[in-house]
Design a protein around this ligand. Structure first.
Ligand SMILES: Cc1cc2nc3c(=O)[nH]c(=O)nc-3n(C[C@H](O)[C@H](O)[C@H](O)COP(=O)(O)OP(=O)(O)OC[C@H]3O[C@@H](n4cnc5c(N)ncnc54)[C@H](O)[C@@H]3O)c2cc1C
Length: 373
């Protein structure tokens, strides 16, 4: 796609169908990132001038959803979404042309992987209290010291968007953002974090020990880190759960097949009202989550996405995902415990969705403040 293309255009519809066909062939986890990127998935929400396909946010969400639904992979689309919203999006907004060339273009092409590193051991929900420091030397270079954790793509990333403190006092002016390549001396990657859920998505930690980068590696202005963080969160909270819609659609399809195929007391499970009502509730959760997320994507395409709306979307979609996953194991009874149903893996994904990009408690707090409470 070479020019701004509507999600309703024949061109995009054909592109999405071919992405679905590829994803349904169970792509190998090791090569799938590059292959999906080569098809243009990572660049859908990026303007042509910055090297993207410019289909927009709704198109990007439809693609992430399709990838998850057809492949059944949860970690891969989550990792891609984390890069798209928390790494690419701020570079697109705050990066200068040289940073676009050096960092954004390889990310879009899938030849480099990006990660967003803000969280620290002592600064989770209370992120603005982070203690990683960046001090400027006389020659203008920045020296970073500190440690980050829970970094999605951390173990494989080629470039890290790191948030650090550059001045004491208010986080509104005391934080700055830096683009730090993986090979920078003083950057040390920790072990892969062992976790439940989001299979295939790798989380890691890192330490910065006099990790020195040039003046040109600062993203945005000195003291502009809060704006970078807010920009990343505005898009991440709105769209990080796009793949989840595909996973729910896939799980619902499998649940339908199961209740039609399995009989108890001489009748298919699908003939029992309690079972039918359960599937209707799951369908309702998926439908309302999808409606809100897509409407939010259209707002972003119209350049009118605000923080209130992003938090509302994150909270609603993760809540419906959790409701859906409360019902899912009961569709299968004891068979839910067998890995082939995928039910328990999705339950773990649903639990995780309440925490990343800010917990449900924090989204509630932001929404309440937005309502003037
Ligand atoms: C899968 C996954 C991927 C992630 N990827 C990234 C990443 O790429 N980059 C990155 O920087 N971070 C990442 N994170 C970190 C994530 O942003 C944090 O986990 C999140 O912000 C919550 O912080 P915490 O886990 O330290 O929980 P805590 O802040 O310790 O919170 C624990 C509990 O206390 C509640 N709580 C805390 N403070 C309050 C309060 N004031 N009022 C009411 N309740 C409160 C919370 O809601 C939560 O329920 C990731 C996390 C996960 C799970």
């Amino acid at each position: 796609m070479t020019q701004r293309t509507s999600v309703h255009s024949e061109e995009f519809t054909d592109w999405l169908a071919s992405l679905r066909a590829w994803a349904a062939k169970s792509p190998d986890q090791n090569t799938a990132w590059r292959e999906a990127a080569a098809q243009g998935l990572l660049s859908l929400a990026v303007s042509e001038t910055a090297g993207g396909a410019y289909v927009g946010y709704e198109g990007a969400c439809l693609a992430l959803e399709a990838l998850a639904e057809e492949s059944g992979l949860s970690g891969l689309p989550f990792s891609m979404a984390a890069q798209m919203w928390a790494c690419q999006e701020p570079i697109l907004e705050f990066g200068d042309p040289a940073q676009h060339d050096r960092y954004l273009k390889p990310l879009l092409a899938g030849t480099a992987v990006g990660a967003f590193a803000a969280t620290e051991y002592d600064s989770g929900s209370d992120l603005l209290s982070l203690s990683t420091r960046a001090d400027q030397d006389r020659d203008g270079r920045w020296r970073l010291n500190g440690a980050k954790t829970f970094v999605t793509n951390g173990p494989t990333a080629d470039v890290f968007l790191i948030l650090a403190r550059t001045a004491e006092g208010s986080a509104l002016s005391g934080l700055s953002a830096f683009l730090v390549p993986r090979q920078t001396p003083g950057l040390r990657l920790g072990r892969v974090i062992d976790k439940s859920g989001l299979a295939g998505a790798e989380l890691g930690s890192l330490t910065l020990d006099d990790c020195t980068v040039s003046y040109a590696n600062r993203l945005g202005s000195t003291g502009g880190g809060f704006a970078v963080l807010m920009h990343a969160m505005r898009y991440e909270r709105a769209f990080i759960l796009a793949p989840t819609l595909g996973l729910m659609a896939r799980a619902l399809r499998q649940a339908f097949n199961h209740v039609r195929a399995r009989s108890q007391f001489g009748r298919p499970l699908s003939s029992y009202d309690t079972v039918r009502q359960r599937l209707v509730r799951m369908h309702l959760s998926l439908t309302s989550a999808r409606e809100l997320l897509h409407a939010t994507a259209r707002q972003a395409d119209a350049r009118s996405l605000d923080h209130h709306r992003s938090s509302l979307t994150k909270l609603h979609v993760s809540t419906e995902f959790n409701r859906f996953c409360q019902e899912l194991p009961d569709v299968y009874g004891g068979y839910a415990l067998l890995p082939e149903t995928g039910a328990m893996a999705l339950v773990a994904d649903a639990v995780a969705s309440r925490y990343y990009s800010g917990t449900s408690d924090m989204q509630t707090k932001i929404i309440a403040e937005g309502l003037g409470l």
